[in-house]
Every structure is written in C-alpha cells, then in structure tokens.
Design a protein around this ligand. Sequence first.
Ligand code: ATP
Ligand code: MG
Length: 354
Amino acid sequence: MAEVELRGVSKYYKEVAAVSDVSLRIPDREFVALLGPSGCGKTTTLRMLAGFIRPDTGQILIDGKDVTDLPPERRPTAMVFQSYALWPHMTVGENISFGLKLRKVPAAQIAERARAMLDVVRLPGVEHRFPSQLSGGQQQRVALARALVLGPKILLLDEPLSNLDAKLRVRMRDEIRRIQQELQITTVYVTHDQEEALTMADRIAVMNRGVIQQLGDANDIYDRPATSFVADFIGQSNFFRGTLRRANGVTWAHIGDERVAVEPVDGAPDGAHVTVSTRPEVVEVVRAPEPGAFALDDPRLVNFGAYQRLAGRHPTLGPIEARVPKSFRLDARPVYVKLTRARAFAEPEAEMRD
Ligand SMILES: Nc1ncnc2c1ncn2[C@@H]1O[C@H](COP(=O)(O)OP(=O)(O)OP(=O)(O)O)[C@@H](O)[C@H]1O
Ligand SMILES: [Mg+2]
C-alpha cells in the first residue's frame, strides 16, 4: 500500500511562489496527472514528492508517515525524468542494474530482476545493447524499467513522453498505463498535454500559477470545469462576460442587452460579474429565428477532417464557434446559434478574460 499526501505544501523562489499551498491526497494505486501550462509548478511539485526539493511550508506524507525531511533514497519513490538520461557508456542491463548494485543486491538476483523488468516494458533481450543502439521509445522504456526495478511504491514521471513523435507517444501512454495497472503502483504523472492526462489518469489535478485549480476525473474537468482557466485550458470554449440575474428559478447571465441561461458555478450571487463559457460542441446551430437563438454574422467554416467548425460573430456577444458535422453547408439562409449549456464563473476582475 502506498498512499501519498501533500498537505499545504508551498515552495518559493525569492518572492515567487512556484507552488502555493497545495494539498492533494492520492490513494493507493491511483494514477494522478498533474496538468498545466509551462511554469505552473508541476515539476516542482513532483520533485518535492521525490525529495529533491524541500518544501518551504507544509508536509509530505507517504502511508501517513511524514517524509518531508527524508532524502530521495530513503523514500519509496522512483522518478523518471523528462530527458530520460540513460548513461550512454553503460549497456541497457548495466543502466537498469545500477541502482540494485548500489543497494548490494546479490549479482544473480540483479540479472534476474533486470531481465524480468525488460519483459514488463516489452523489450526482452536488449541487455547488452547501448542506449544509442535503441530508438527514442525504446530508451524511454529502459528509463521506465530502471525506475521500476527498485520496486518503488510510488512512481513519479515528469513529461516522460515529450521527446517522442506523436504516434509513439500514443503507443507509449497505453504501455505506461498497462504497466501501472499490472504492477498496481501509485503514480503521479506530470504533463502539459491534456490528451495524455485525460486518457491515462484516474484523476487529473489542473494546475495554474502554483495552485491546483481543479481535481477530478476526465468528465469532471471537461464537462464541469471549476474555473474559466480550466474551461479554457482543457479543450476549447467560447467566452462571454456578463452579470448574473436570477428570475423565476432560472439563472441568467445578462450580456449587454441579451441574456443566456447559465449554470452558476459555486453559487455566484445575484449581480455578480461573471465569465460565461460554453463548448463549441454544445452550441446548437439552427437556420430559422427562434427564442434564445442568436443570429451569427459573417459565418465561415473551418474543416478539421472529422468535423467542421462554424465561426461567426454576434453583435453583442462577440465571436462564437460551434462544432458542426462535415455535411453542414453554408447557403443563403441565415445562421443562428443556441447556447444550450453554459457555465458562469464569478471571478475577481483581475482574472476575467477579454
Ligand atoms: N531553481 C529555480 N530557481 C528559480 N525559479 C525556479 C526554479 N525552479 C523553478 N522555478 C520557477 O518556478 C515556477 C514553476 O516551475 P516548474 O519547473 O515547477 O514548472 P513546470 O510546471 O514544471 O513547467 P514546465 O511545463 O515548463 O516544465 C516557474 O515560474 C519557474 O520559473
Ligand atoms: Mg516541468
């Protein structure tokens, strides 16, 4: 069993908070992704879990035991770094065995465990090759094997696939997920790639500027973003700014002299300034005027192969995009859009987007 917990953890560089009061509990065997833009504090968080960086405030617990002051080698963690950093002058077998030798594991056992680990990462028989004689994806597997051979309770991965091409990344993420489930190992996976996070992780912690903005599964963060940052960072959204008004049991966002029915997030009060977001795929397109439908000026189509995107502009709401099927055609008829599912976030002025 290996449960990990961050309790009110912060790390400052001068006055800049790289990580700010982060709390996160990861149950045994869970796969959690830390997802966010460059500089949001992902690597810093992971390095604090591994013990390479000491937090300025807060505690790190593994199985309820405070490990905040323990060095990396005394924690049951193993980390795979972004640049996989295999030792070029050592064979694959030597790379994988190195940590076991340091721990004075008997030689016969070392060879056996290294071989078994190469089977797990599906690279049997490459012990005697040097890293330069392997492809990028194969080297990545060796790096994974090197981390796993020590039998860590917790696997920490920092953007492990970023050096690979798109197709190989997709294959490797399935492999990593398979290995994680096979070994039933608690895993924290850092990425700025939302698709990786959405497809691999049990839960995703979306980070921005050193804080976790939302923690949830793929459906939570995609369908029910907690902040406009999450709505913007995950997938795509249309954004509007308005004022919240409740009337007859319906919550409206008044945008100029128009209004849109919204789902208020976190019980935003009446009169609050809100950011309204809606996904292009829930914007409904109709060709005749009806209540709640907004006429779209200058409609144009962008083809994405599998679908099309209809983009246009409403005089009050501004730019709006809708996802439409490949069969959709623009003709002489006007185009209207209905915002069927919109969320309203009450946010401080400074964080509102234009
Ligand atoms: N050693 C350091 N000294 C000063 N500032 C640092 C140091 N390490 C990180 N930072 C700053 O802390 C913030 C968080 O950095 P971190 O490396 O955790 O980001 P990240 O989310 O991993 O980004 P990326 O996706 O680019 O790897 C950044 O603003 C970074 O510039
Ligand atoms: Mg990083």
